[in-house]
Design a protein around this ligand. Sequence first.
Ligand code: NAD
Ligand code: TYD
Length: 349
Amino acid sequence: MKKILITGGAGFIGSHVVRRFVKKYPDYHIVNLDNLTYAGNLANLKDIENEPNYEFVKADITDGELMNTLFKKFQFDGVIHLAAESHVDRSISNPMEFIHTNIIGTVNLLNAARLIWENFEGKRFYQISTDEVYGSLGATGFFYEHTAYDPRSPYSASKASADHLVGAYYHTFGLPSVISNCSNNYGSFQFPEKLIPLVINNIKYSKQIPVYGKGENIRDWLFVEDHAAAIDLIFHKGITGETYNIGGHNEWKNIDLIKLLCKIMDRKLERTAGTSEKLISFVKDRAGHDLRYAIDSHKIQNALGWKPSLKFEEGLEKTVEWYLTHEAWMNDVTTGDYQKYYDKQYGKR
Ligand code: NAD
Ligand code: TYD
């Protein structure tokens, strides 16, 4: 029996990773460690919460002593580290929280792993990171595994710092680690502060769609279950000390993506064609807004045989359908502080 720690498993990507591992590996004991911030939601895991190989622990990765205690108690063989503050806009209004969680939290986990892993044989610390650490591209080119880090937002700088610490623990102490840097994910259970679920929700309630700047920024979108599949492969077959880029080779200008979502929503909600597009509202740009992200994912494709399983239009259609049929989930996550966040974020722009 392998004991695997997944941090941030109650969040968007983490919940898909936990579900995949719990279902696919009945011999593993999966511990989901999460402190349930606004972005963490145990409802994301309702379908697997009673599985015998699954356990939830509510804990904060910024508490180093607690991490040491939990690592001693559980004797984890592997760590898949996703817990983080993940939203760029929030990192602009509150950078310190990102420094604390993303940097200090990661070091606490590295220290706790070092403490119990006397022998590194069969052990692995897997850091889940983002393509945003590479900075911003112009109209052409791609991010490769060898591209130098050049983070430009407090979020990406905190993730870059954490990645460097993971690398430093590997080089200095031999702590066996692997890192992956993925492009923008979309799919079910994503908190509606991020572009795609926010747009779907706003269209549903005929609220304005806030497009930052001119909508010309480009993101490379990947279906979240394809990311979870890549994480599974890298965790089991990736080479220690290496980095893998994960992306869909699927670049979209924000405005084009939003217009596509408008068309899908008009059709699904049986509204006259063009109704949703009227909600588009160009608002003040994000400070330091990165222009373009684009991942070259040939390494993971060639070395581990991974490739995205879904065409974007198919994935987007599935995603819209999911949000429209999970009204209770959306209502739950948009009550409480959400409205306060929304008004603060969009009211002042
Ligand atoms: P998310 O915000 O949906 O989830 C983050 C989870 O971490 C939440 O469940 C939250 O409760 C938990 N968490 C936060 N602070 C914690 C703390 N101090 N202690 C314990 N748990 C804590 O994020 P996501 O979009 O699922 O991203 C997950 C990871 O993947 C992050 O590390 C992010 O940097 C990375 N990533 C995200 C994307 C993307 O498109 N969303 C792309 C590439 C990489
Ligand atoms: P987001 O989902 O926040 O992901 P990230 O900033 O990590 O890439 O944003 C995706 C893109 O959409 C980004 O270029 C910012 C833009 N955006 C808007 O135009 N309006 C919005 O309301 C949001 C949340 C994002």
